[in-house]
Design a protein around this ligand. Structure first.
Ligand code: IMP
Ligand code: MG
Length: 171
């Protein structure tokens, strides 16, 4: 499926660095990593195994593009957190930041629950896309504004299980 943009080896090496930084920054703190389903499940699983401090996990599911490859800007919570986050250190884990609309909504939604801190980790950031300002504490790779699949990212529900990130040229 498509041309490899980020190899499995490069992803692994970067996640190891990100995990080390997270372990350092949150040492002695009560960390809750929040994965945004479905896309972030692969990043979450692999990043988490490079985190060496005690950490808890939770997930949210939000509506995404559906079958289209363009952001609708409409965000709907399909599954909310199981945990209360008041007073906790929350790290949102995302697969990719495109328009940033999903995250802008999520950050606003989580901030009013009064976490002790709220930070963001994303494997991929699309450059050349206009988006609201987002402070990304842990970032993997900057890529062009192309539609990509693999490592959790789908096209029409498929290709999430590719071990690398590939560009889909034919959509
Ligand atoms: P945003 O709200 O435009 O930043 O997009 C957020 C969500 O859209 C991501 O969490 C992905 O699920 C999905 N998405 C954005 N770009 C891509 C892509 O290139 N391939 C697959 N899914 C994408
Ligand atoms: Mg998606």
């Amino acid at each position: 499926m498509g041309r490899t943009l980020v190899s499995a080896e490069d992803i692994g090496a970067r996640l190891e660095e990100m995990g080390a930084a997270i372990s350092r920054d949150y040492a002695g703190k009560d960390l809750l990593m929040v994965g945004i389903l479905k896309g972030a499940f692969v990043v979450m699983a692999d990043l988490a195994r490079h985190v060496t401090i005690p950490v808890e996990f939770d997930f949210m599911a939000v509506s995404s593009y559906g079958a289209s490859t363009k952001s609708s800007g409409v965000v709907r919570i399909l599954k909310d957190l199981d945990e209360e986050i008041e007073g906790r250190h929350v790290l949102i884990v995302e697969d990719i930041i495109d328009t940033g609309l999903t995250l802008q909504y999520l950050i606003r939604n989580l901030r009013v629950r009064n976490p002790a801190s709220l930070e963001l980790a994303a494997l991929l950031i699309k450059d050349g896309v206009e988006r609201p300002p987002l402070d990304i504490a842990y970032e993997g790779f900057h890529i062009g504004p192309e539609f990509v699949v693999g490592y959790g990212l789908d096209f029409e529900g498929k290709y999430r299980n590719l071990p690398h990130v590939a560009v889909v040229d034919e959509v």
